[in-house]
Design a protein around this ligand. Structure first.
Ligand code: ATP
Ligand code: MG
Length: 570
């Protein structure tokens, strides 16, 4: 959990500076109150993590409150399953809301405000089509023109509004519009739509209610109804601030909330729009909202990302006014950094090559001590790893004709087996087509634990698994979901799905894992030494069919020291 105390000066962003000033001046006369306002039309994604961490973080740091408010004003796209996913994911991230609220509970209150605006001549019922309204709104360079209904009297408007609510009219027959200024430089202020008729089944309100508020009418007033002080939203709502302020003022709220915009998270090689993520799900480009390649919280959780790693990432990228893209490497850095400090190391061979130790007794098993954590991790623990005559090593750790800098196994070459012995390759067995199928090696009993007592050195240490004891596993290696850094930027007429990476999932069917993992619950995270961070897949793994997802590779610098020591945090 981030600290409960106010943030250090170094961490203060422009929003926290503003909140601190408002608190010092007691500007709102009530505790800092924020809200996270998702529309329940999809699973939350890493962009929402930024907003959640910001809103809940500020409330916590300033002794305030944060509401979870479902912005559920569209009957066509919303669903209870999304409400449940959002609640589960916010909790999993480590946050607790002070109130769970629904904009759809404010429909009556918003209607009352609408009647009041009508009575005061601040809103009118327009019976033009939405298309006519759009055309008559003018352009950025030309003012709009009043339609034939703009001068209806308050009484006429009130009568129509009441009948709209009573369900007398079909969809689109009338809308309620604020009466502001058809020449306003901000197009949004040219008599914005407030309410429209929708005969539809809302997931909470059913079919009884048919007057749906538009975003602008619902959002600011929902904030005001809840006593929000700081309404934090992403930059695309900057132009909506005028109508936000107009409405909370006209509705008579004292010390109304203030909207402040910040740059949304834009992550390379990723799309962060629920509409697009839904398309990937519907078109079965991914296995579901929780596909480990998805930037959704549920996908990242299934992939092995930790809530702490996500919160550290959100804190590190901070909030700013200026739009910026975030590199995937930055995200992976924080995920890896957190895993490094918390997960046990075990040995797994993804692409196995058999090694037979010709001088090791046939039925002997040696139980070797192996620590779960390297020295620089403040956790302790160890297990026994069985060692026997037949082992699996990684195919990549052997080369018949190695180049100069290759320090692993080769004919006549001696290497260290991690936690085990020095072995020397004596023979290479091939099949009829010349493929290497097995290595014969000798081991040196005097090197148990990995040290030669005669001071002899080896340059390479490789991982291994005892063949007789190994567990079989399917390993899923994930890569970027898209091949281009900005998949949203596609040419006209092109679909963003055109740049999906066909190799974003590589299934390794025949991996060999050390037997100690059999005792761990499915869903345990590990570092497979020298290979990456992994988690047991909670959806497809069974005791008799283990499946592991690669969360993230080891640090990129590993490539440079690959031939050398054991690496992977050693
Ligand atoms: P989407 O395009 O994915 O549907 P949205 O903004 O419509 O995104 P909402 O459910 O309305 O999604 O968003 C809830 C909150 O999360 C809003 O305050 C929104 O500004 C914020 N949010 C959404 N996407 C991001 C992002 N990429 N970075 C930061 N905040 C975001
Ligand atoms: Mg939205």
């Amino acid at each position: 959990m981030p600290s409960d105390t106010a943030p250090s000066a170094a961490r203060k962003d422009f929003i926290r500076e503003m909140v601190a000033e408002d608190v010092a001046a007691n500007r709102f006369g009530r505790p800092v109150t924020t809200r996270f306002p998702p529309e329940p039309n999809g699973f939350p994604h890493i962009g929402h993590v930024k907003s959640v961490c910001l809103n809940f973080g500020i409330a916590r740091e300033y002794g305030g409150r944060c509401n979870l408010r479902f912005d559920d004003t569209n009957p066509f796209t919303e669903d209870i399953k999304y409400v449940e996913a959002i609640k589960r994911d916010v909790e999993w991230l480590g946050f607790t809301w002070d109130s769970e609220l629904y904009a759809s509970d404010y429909f009556e209150k918003l209607y009352e405000i609408a009647e009041d605006l009508v009575k005061r001549g601040k809103a009118y019922v327009d019976s033009q089509t939405e298309e006519e309204i759009r055309v008559n709104r003018g352009t950025v360079t030309t003012p709009g023109s009043p339609g034939p209904y703009r001068d209806r009297t308050p009484d006429e408007n009130l009568d129509l509004l009441r009948r709209m609510k009573a369900g007398e009219f079909p969809d689109g027959a009338h809308v309620l519009r604020a009466k502001i200024d058809l020449a306003h430089p901000n197009m949004i202020m040219r008599d914005p739509l407030l309410l429209r008729i929708r005969h539809a089944a809302h997931y909470r309100r059913g079919t009884a209610w048919c007057l749906y508020p538009l975003y602008d009418f619902a959002h600011g007033l929902s904030d005001a109804i809840e006593g929000i002080t700081h309404s934090l939203c992403t930059l695309e709502f900057k132009d909506n601030r005028d109508i936000y302020d107009w409405l909370v003022h006209e509705a008579g709220f004292e010390r109304p909330p203030e909207q402040t915009e910040f740059a949304r998270l834009e992550l390379d090689y990723t799309v962060l729009s629920k509409r697009k993520l839904l398309k990937l799900v519907n078109e079965r480009r991914v296995s579901g909202w929780d596909d480990p390649r998805m930037p959704t919280i549920s996908g990242m959780r299934r992939r092995g990302v930790t809530p702490e790693g996500l919160r550290n990432f959100a804190e590190a990228i901070g909030v700013a006014r200026k739009p910026a893209r975030t590199e995937l490497a930055t995200f992976e850095h924080y995920i890896r950094d957190d895993l490094n400090m918390r997960v046990p190391r075990v040995m797994a061979v993804l692409n196995p090559l058999k090694v037979v130790l010709t001088n090791y007794p046939e039925n002997q098993v040696d139980e070797l001590d192996a620590s779960y954590y390297p020295h620089d991790v403040p956790l302790t623990g160890s297990r026994k790893v069985p060692f026997s005559r037949e082992l699996w090593i990684e195919r990549d750790d052997f080369m018949e004709n190695p180049p100069k800098k290759f320090f692993r196994l080769a004919p006549g070459r001696e290497v260290r087996l991690r936690y085990g012995y020095f072995i020397t390759c004596t023979d290479v067995i091939k099949d009829a087509s010349g493929n290497v199928v097995e290595l014969r090696c000798t081991y040196d009993p005097a090197t148990r634990g990995g040290d030669a007592h005669d001071g002899r050195k080896v340059q390479g240490t490789i991982h291994w698994v005892s063949a007789r004891h190994a567990l079989d596993a399917e390993v899923r290696l994930y890569d970027k979901l898209f091949t281009v850094p900005d998949p949203d930027a596609v040419d006209e007429g092109q679909e963003f799905t055109g740049t999906l990476n066909p190799d974003s999932l590589v299934v390794v069917p025949g991996a060999k894992i050390e037997p100690s993992v059999a005792k761990d619950p499915i869903g345990t995270r590990y570092q497979f030494e020298r290979t990456g961070y992994f988690i047991g897949d909670t959806v497809d793994s069974r005791p008799d069919h283990l499946v592991f997802n690669r969360t993230v590779t080891l640090r990129d610098s590993w490539a440079k020291v690959k031939g050398g020591g054991a690496g992977g945090g050693q």
